[in-house]
Design a protein around this ligand. Sequence first.
Ligand code: ACO
Length: 428
Amino acid sequence: MSLATELNETVNIQTGEQNSSYPVVTGTYNEKGITIDKLRDTTGYVTLDVGFKNTGSTESTITFIDGEAGILEHSGYRIEELASKSSFEEVMWLLLHGELPSEAELAGFSKQLKAHRALPVGVKGILDALPDQTHPMGMLAVVLNSLSGFYPAYDDSWKSEEVKWNTIYTLLANMPGITAYIYRRSQKLPYIDADPSLGYVENFLHMMFGKVDERVVEALDRLLILHADHEQNCSASTVRFVGSSRVNLFAAVAAGSNALWGPLHGGANQAVLEMLEAIQLDGGNVDKYIAKAKDKADPFRLMGFGHRVYKNFDPRAAVIKKYVDQVLDTLEKEDPVVDIAKGLEREALKDEYFSSRKLFPNVDFYSGIIYRALGIPVSLFTVMFALGRMPGWIAQWKEMRQNGEPIGRPRQIYTGAATRAYVPMSER
Ligand code: ACO
């Protein structure tokens, strides 16, 4: 089902002697796309775009990004406004429904999330069985996959409205408990049961630390909002892609969590803090690391810098940056890596290498400093990202299923050996 408007405009493609034309569609902000699904049938050609640098994989109503202007919106609401005026529960609803909830809708949603909170006992057993050195993201993926076994009634997640929403509530409601269990297991602390009187973020903090500091609630709520969705990034595209095979939602988001784990994506928040700590241990010489990042012979990259889409600034980073000092002040904490981070940013922004490549701090550059101030260990940072991103993944999956998108199956240009005679073992 096409959502975009077809324009009275076509693009002609000349292939050899043949001239064929393709419709142009436009979105809300007049961004234009050439529809090329018939290109191969008509001409025998495919398009080649390794890494999807210029390929729209879908039409979507959930999130809009203008990377040149540094704009991020969910259903028309600017991220800066959502982060300062909404709660994470409201933003979850917005992503899932396309509208901000009324008071009654929000209350109903909170009630559902509370009702689905209990973590299956077997999930704890699975986590306990994993080796201690398993990365928290590895643990998360195992658990998300296992949920289809604990909730067999939701295996066909698109079976009915009731099944669909119960699957969604279960996933969202289980995420804080899973994250808290992973954390408490790593600290060899006993699990804390959910408290039905608490909201989503408060309850998460209660399950993590056994106490709820209101100052931390506000900071965390804001961070989760900033991570809630980011259109067709690596993990969201993975969720849509895997989900397009019509596998259950648990398996699709497990795949998304694996995509998020990588240091070029969500794993960057852990990598940033480790980088800042390494620089601190090495004497805090910012210039040395700027030089390393610019040196093509050195594999070192400035983690938390650069973005595939943002070529001006990442609006989420701008919000977080303003927030770092405020959070540290409120919590009466100091972190020596803050000065290193600010120094790196200052030097990079005036350096031609970074400005010519449009490399700016992304959401992960400062988020780790806040997570750490909130008492969250570095190895759990990417799971925290997943906690925030879960509603986005679910919204992307839901939209993909709603629109009846076909199974994702890209083409390729084959560059391997041409047909040749089979070589028997004795002749190899
Ligand atoms: N440090 C130093 N140089 C960089 C960096 C960096 N962080 N990022 C990009 N570059 C350079 C590349 O070496 C390349 O230089 P060249 O043109 O001379 O070869 C140029 O900038 C373009 O980089 P690409 O890797 O081609 O850009 P791409 O859009 O594919 O990658 C990415 C974007 C993955 C985010 C990249 O900037 C990066 O690796 N950043 C560090 C990891 C990071 O912070 N990831 C989190 C992203 S946000 C998120 O997922 C939530």
